[in-house]
Ligand binder design. Structure first.
Ligand SMILES: N=c1c2ncn([C@@H]3O[C@H](COP(=O)(O)OP(=O)(O)OP(=O)(O)O)[C@@H](O)[C@H]3O)c2ncn1[C@@H]1O[C@H](COP(=O)(O)O)[C@@H](O)[C@H]1O
Length: 87
């Protein structure tokens, strides 16, 4: 299990070291258009799960949405502090 901040630290390290088997590196290399499509896809899956599926299914989809939001942030070079100041 990991927190939102821990995941962001892990993904930042992946972006820095660029391991060949990293899906995050591939997602970053795919560019913002592909990243945005994934984000919207996950948002839709959260919505559908919330309407029709179990609590655990909703939690899974939200975890994937959070991951995709972090990829967008990493792609733009935006840190979590910059996000948190708006919360
Ligand atoms: N939390 C996630 C995470 N959430 C979602 N995803 C990706 O999103 C996919 C699920 O999205 P979809 O429903 O679109 O599934 P899919 O279309 O079958 O998948 P793709 O073909 O798009 O890969 C997963 O298969 C992963 O590729 C994630 N990929 C990685 N992480 C975490 O990120 C960390 C680094 O991962 P790597 O960069 O791959 O090493 C690890 O700790 C992982 O747990």
């Amino acid at each position: 299990m990991k927190t939102f901040d821990e995941l962001f630290a892990e993904l930042s390290e992946k972006a820095r070291t660029r391991p060949a088997d990293s899906g995050t590196v591939a997602a970053l290399d795919a560019g913002v258009h592909a990243q945005g499509k994934k984000l919207l896809e996950e948002a839709g899956e959260v919505w559908l799960a919330a309407e029709h599926e179990s609590d655990d299914a909703v939690a899974l989809e939200v975890s994937q949405l959070l991951y995709r939001a972090q990829v967008i942030l990493l792609g733009r070079g935006i840190g979590l502090d910059q996000v948190y100041k708006h919360l």
